[in-house]
Design a protein around this ligand. Structure first.
Ligand code: AMP
Ligand code: MG
Length: 410
């Protein structure tokens, strides 16, 4: 058996980020930048007010308070989206709305809450303003010519907003990998019809398609392949030509019908491994042309865990992510995690809760058999149990979070 890290390193080092493409910004969220983004202009483009209030000369408000307000003549009214018409002279003010440009002569904003309207043409200022108060300078978010993003940054929703603020309609990114998903097995059927003796329903393929999507890639469902080496080889070669990666499930154990293992041993550049983990010990990896094939085990929980530990990092590498793997967080063991010494790292399916103080607690989500997909479905984490006798209740435990922790008591 080989350590997971060794196999993962071998997989990742065989892969490179996909060649960059230009995407409309509306399609780019979640992708990884392949260019440096500079600001072509100042953002905001002009100094403007952060508050509704009055644009004033700060010196005119010095010493103001509720008992001795400063009375200023209101010479104009300035909503956002309009150029200033009126300059602010000594003893004067312009009523101004958030986002409107600062009129000539003004050097501070007095928020409306610190004023009282005296009459149509005058305002009482109840507190002093300092020069620059509530003024957002031009370029305060991004100044013209500055570097805003560098290659490798992941574009979240706010980054898409920043790109729009920089007048960008498209952006150079690593594309989402297009991933062919194939189930293998003579026993598999899809859909809701009756099962013939010996048949089971194909649960891996719909699950893996969603795991691919959740990993930021695009699944392409290529159906079920029968346990026939020649047929599978032809399908893998065809799929390799049209996709950035292939994920199969089943057929990687040591049985006579383990066709993925047999085909990849023959045509793939890399090979089959027995990894020192439970579940998901067998794993096959090959490269056909430049297209990687990730052969996950068939037991549904093994398939899922193998995807999380090996396929997801591989797809993230293709997508240009620099942090391919999840990093464990520490939680309190909410129960005893007993295990036997067997030379493997165990990945138990757990529910992770978070209490009001932010403390994480992990409990098993159900039966730990590699066929018990319902426990995987309830889990939001994988507890990492190193080889040994396990972790007692109340001790620290490491967990790979697959989703947000759920609030304690929810
Ligand atoms: P295999 O790795 O092909 O030997 O399969 C191991 C176990 O997983 C067997 O019990 C298979 O029937 C089951 N299995 C394989 N593929 C799937 C699938 N797509 N959906 C559900 N179970 C599967
Ligand atoms: Mg099989």
């Amino acid at each position: 058996m080989r350590p997971l890290d060794e196999v993962l390193t071998e997989v990742l080092s065989a892969l490179e980020p996909l060649a960059p493409v230009l995407l409309p910004i509306a399609d780019a969220v979640g992708t990884v930048l392949a260019e440096a983004v500079l600001a072509p202009e100042d953002v905001p483009p002009f100094a403007n007010t952060a508050m509704d209030g009055y644009a004033v000369r700060a010196a005119d408000t010095s010493g103001a308070d509720a008992d001795s307000p400063r009375r200023l003549e209101v010479v104009g009214d300035l909503p956002a989206g309009h150029p200033p018409r009126d300059a602010v002279g000594p003893g004067q003010a312009v009523r101004i709305m958030t986002g409107a440009p600062i009129p000539d002569g003004a050097d501070a904003i007095v928020p409306v809450e610190r004023t009282e309207r005296d009459c149509a043409s005058a305002v009482l200022v109840l507190a002093p303003a300092a020069v620059g108060d509530h003024i957002r300078p031009a370029g305060g978010d991004a100044s013209q010519g500055s570097t805003v993003f560098v290659p490798g940054e992941v574009l979240g929703p706010a980054a898409i907003g920043v790109l729009a603020s920089l007048a960008r309609t498209s952006v150079l990114v690593h594309p989402r990998p297009r991933v062919a998903v194939i189930s293998t097995g003579d026993e598999l059927v899809e859909g809701g019809g009756p099962l013939a003796p010996g048949q089971i329903r194909d649960s891996n393929r719909p699950m893996i398609c969603e795991l691919v999507r959740a990993a930021g890639a695009i699944p392409v469902d290529l159906g079920i392949a029968r346990d026939d080496e020649a047929v599978l080889e032809a399908r893998l070669l065809a799929a390799a030509a049209e996709h950035d990666a292939i994920v199969t499930s089943g057929g990687v154990s040591v049985g006579d019908y383990d066709v993925v293992k047999a085909v990849l041993d023959r045509i793939g550049v890399l090979r089959w491994s027995q990894i020192a983990i439970k579940p998901a010990k067998p794993f096959a990896f090959g490269v056909i042309g430049t297209t990687p094939i990730l052969g996950l085990p068939g037991n549904p929980v093994s398939s899922n865990v193998s995807f999380e530990l090996l396929a997801r990092p591989a797809l993230r590498r293709l997508a240009g992510h620099r942090d391919e793997v999840r990093v464990p967080v520490e939680a309190v063991a909410g129960e005893a995690f007993d295990r036997r010494n067997d030379g493997k790292v165990h990945y138990d399916r757990v529910v992770v809760t978070v209490d009001a103080a932010g403390r994480l607690r992990a409990r098993r989500s159900g039966g730990q058999g590699s066929n018990v997909l319902t426990a995987m479905a309830r889990a939001n984490g994988l507890a990492v149990l190193d080889d040994g006798s396990g972790v007692p209740a109340g001790a620290a435990i490491r967990v790979l979070l697959l989703a947000d922790p759920v609030p304690e008591g929810a």
